[in-house]
Design a protein around this ligand. Structure first.
Ligand SMILES: NC(=O)C1=CN([C@@H]2O[C@H](COP(=O)(O)OP(=O)(O)OC[C@H]3O[C@@H](n4cnc5c(N)ncnc54)[C@H](OP(=O)(O)O)[C@@H]3O)[C@@H](O)[C@H]2O)C=CC1
Ligand SMILES: Cc1cn([C@H]2C[C@H](O)[C@@H](COP(=O)(O)OP(=O)(O)O[C@H]3O[C@@H](C)C(=O)[C@@H](O)[C@H]3O)O2)c(=O)[nH]c1=O
Length: 299
């Protein structure tokens, strides 16, 4: 069975590819922008493509006729999305439309990766039934992309996730654990907010959640995140403690004083009960996640 995975150079993509390669029923076609950054090099096809180029998505789908498409590629820098709205819309909405239209021609099963930022953060943690109300442009673009998937003729699923952490080769985006660890090791002070709340997600858990969805050809929305609610400040302290780093370099601040270009929802987090019951999804705790990330960093 051919599975096409977009965003294969990203944090999630780099964990999804090896997971699908372990399952011999799948022929994996990975696509990323520019050269391949996945450490594994064997037993799959890599196609470099800028998916914003009209025709790029259709060409890939026409060439490989995938039975399954997992769409991870996105513009994920939330502040950049706010500052460069056209690029954000083209990538997060336009590319999803290109892929869905081409997928409809081959009747592929389509899994789209979405975010807790579809919510306003006034009453998290959220279930799959809660109504969306994004407060920044990235979230708005993801809601629009979700609607394209939802309104398509495809058999589809949407996996929503939260603040993903883990290790990737040449990562373009930092994540909580590596950001805290790198700064504290260099004895650099970091200011971390204690008034946002998330259910941080170990990248491997998200990859497993996606695989469970695909294996079951499950349909609809699934929350695939961690199931512990923590503030970024809590995460920073736990990270420093785990790596024996000096917590005095962590300054507790409010979101207001961080003054990022894009507003962040205060309290998100996702309830993962549906995925646990229907898919057998079982995420690691943050403490276990730290240990797994530390193991990867030491390899
Ligand atoms: N990371 C997180 O905390 C969260 C992520 N998500 C969602 O999960 C998905 C995966 O995220 P994650 O792996 O962390 O993100 P990354 O930013 O690590 O990966 C996204 C990938 O998309 C690729 N991409 C961007 N523009 C293009 C383009 N024009 N053509 C082809 N590829 C492109 C990027 O390529 P390049 O590497 O060359 O820039 C990158 O490899 C995304 O849809 C994201 O919105 C949801 C919630 C939280
Ligand atoms: C840069 C920075 C961030 N933070 C906090 C704010 C935030 O809650 C957390 C992570 O900040 P970032 O700017 O890396 O990430 P942010 O853009 O807030 O994170 C989001 O990414 C997108 C892709 C998603 O879909 C979301 O689920 C979410 O994880 O750390 C600080 O406390 N101090 C800082 O100096």
């Amino acid at each position: 069975m051919n599975v096409l995975i977009t965003g294969s150079n990203g944090l999630l993509g780099q964990h999804l590819i090896p997971l699908f390669l372990q399952d011999k029923q799948f022929n994996v076609i990975a696509t990323g922008r520019g050269p391949n950054r996945i450490p594994e090099r064997d037993n799959y096809i890599y196609e470099a493509a800028n998916l914003r180029t009209p025709g790029a998505a259709a060409n890939l789908i026409d060439k490989y006729k995938p039975e399954i498409i997992i769409h991870c590629a996105a513009m994920t820098q939330v502040d950049e999305c706010e500052k460069n709205k056209d690029a954000c819309w083209d990538m997060n909405v336009g590319v999803t439309r290109y892929l869905v239209q081409a997928a409809e021609k081959v009747n592929a099963y389509f899994l789209f990766i979405s975010t807790d930022f579809v919510f306003d953060g006034l009453k998290g943690p959220y279930t799959e039934e809660d109504l969306v109300n994004p407060i920044n442009y990235y979230g708005t673009s993801k809601v629009a992309a979700e609607r394209i998937v939802h309104n398509s003729k495809l058999t589809w699923a949407i996996a929503r996730t939260v603040l993903v952490y883990g290790v990737a080769t040449d990562a373009q985006r930092s994540n909580m654990i590596t950001w805290v660890k790198n700064n504290l090791q260099q004895q650099k002070k970091i200011k971390v907010v204690d008034d946002q709340f998330r259910t941080p997600t170990l990248c491997q858990d998200l990859a497993i959640g996606c695989k469970l969805i695909v294996d079951k050809k499950a349909t609809g929305i699934f929350n695939i995140s961690g199931n512990e609610t923590l503030s970024p400040y809590d995460m920073a302290i736990k990270t420093a403690d785990y790596f024996n780093l000096d917590t005095n370099f962590i300054e507790k601040i409010s979101s207001k004083s961080l003054s990022q270009p894009a507003a962040r929802p205060a309290k998100t987090g996702l309830v993962t009960e549906k995925a646990e019951k229907e898919l057998g999804y079982n995420p690691h705790t943050f403490a276990e996640g730290l240990e797994i990330v530390a193991g990867e960093l030491n390899r």
